[in-house]
Ligand binder design. Sequence first.
Ligand code: SF4
Length: 203
Amino acid sequence: MSEVELPLSRAYACRYGLPVLTHVDPDIFRERYFARCMECAFCHDACCQYGVDVDVENVARIEACADELERAIGVPRAEWFTGEECDDADVPGGRLARTSVRGRGCVFLAASGRGCLLHRFALETGRDYHDLKPMISSLFPLTFGEGLLMGSIEVDERELICLDQGATLYRGVRDELAYYFGDAFVAELDAIEARTLAESPPT
Ligand code: SF4
């Protein structure tokens, strides 16, 4: 993460009310990663290996289709979440749960093959995947905290194995940012991106 936090012209609230973003780390316009995740032949879904935080409103949406989802993924609902929750003022509902880890990673990671079973289940049943897949997963490798949009810790600590190639962090998830925070938000980020790259092009 850079030491610079660029202020936005106004606060942008997520479509769920939280988080509310007020600043952006300009490194998201310079750092690169593979981005076309389902075309990657070398990561083996490593970014899903530890599970993920999921807000309690998202948990409720998952549980609302539990019967169908349980049959589709073959994992009992009692094994989906760790059962531990914590307060987090940045997320919808103000509390975070966490997906369990089993096998090669997150309980919702396909046991063989590629990808997220929540995402697949949503597509196969005519749902919007955003309603089920955690926002933190959809925005990865970007994340947020205390109003700041920034790279995830895996970027900061250089642990993301597909860094330094492909699209920038911002370009890789620009459509997801538009979904959660709106077109005006990405329009402002586009302008900040242009200024940032004019002043300091990516290496
Ligand atoms: S919810 Fe899906 S995308 Fe997120 S960590 Fe689990 S398997 Fe990966």
